[in-house]
Write a protein that binds this ligand. Structure first.
Ligand code: 5GP
Length: 207
């Protein structure tokens, strides 16, 4: 039997800040083969527990603008007053080599990437079980100051209002269940006919 070679897909995960998206993405990377996490560039300040090159590439605004001029971004957006961008080289060559890529971006970036790579994206929106729970989760981040916390709560509502632009919606009330649901989405999407690049050869041999 011929091994079927797949084109990789871009699994876009969005949610309001504090809905557990980072933990979900980390678990997906740990539990699924042949998937990478795209590391974004940001002008936001590094948090205590974050590592350069693992969580983000931290740049100042001038450095960010240089990358922008060099056309290195697949998308970029201003989120909470800071710039965030997805690098083309974190994504495009990987999906062309059959590796799936997870991108954790907001609704603005999702719109831009969807326009550029409409057949490659699978868009998942994660909801918190309640706003109370979201408040609890955001409040626990000791690196957030009070004003930032308030800003993020109001931004969370705005982000949620874009849920209709996504293919799938997952409620993160039970972490492992949410991860398993996203795995089901991913495994099904991997089977889409047009992603299976050598399918016609396989069929030729069969009939
Ligand atoms: P945080 O600062 O909490 O890590 O992320 C804030 C928001 O920025 C989150 O909603 C996250 O998904 C979004 N974000 C992170 N990286 C990117 C990116 O490369 N592009 C866009 N458009 N949004 C991003």
């Amino acid at each position: 039997m011929t091994d079927i070679v797949n084109k990789g897909l871009l699994l876009i995960i969005s949610s309001p800040s504090g809905a557990g998206k980072t933990t979900i993405c980390k678990k997906l990377i740990d539990e699924v083969d042949d998937i990478n996490l795209s590391v974004s560039v940001t002008t936001r300040k590094k948090r205590k527990d974050e590592i350069e090159g693992k969580h983000y590439f931290f740049k100042n605004e001038d450095e960010f603008r240089i990358l922008l001029k060099q056309n290195q971004f697949l998308e970029y957006a201003n989120v909470f007053g800071c710039l965030y961008g997805t690098l083309k080289n974190e994504v495009v060559s990987k999906i062309n080599r059959g590796i799936d890529v997870i991108v954790d971006i907001d609704w603005q970036g999702t719109r831009q990437i969807s326009k550029q790579l409409p057949k490659d994206v699978v868009k998942v929106f994660i909801l918190p079980p309640s706003m109370k729970e979201l408040e609890n989760r955001l409040g626990k981040r000791d690196s957030e100051d009070k004003e930032n916390f308030k800003k993020r709560m109001s931004e969370a509502k705005k982000e949620i209002s874009h849920y209709k632009e996504y293919d799938f919606v997952v409620v993160n009330s039970d972490l492992q269940l949410a991860v398993d649901q996203i795995k089901l989405i991913l495994f099904s999407e991997r089977l889409r006919r047009y992603r299976q690049l050598t399918l016609s050869k396989t069929i030729e041999k069969l009939i």
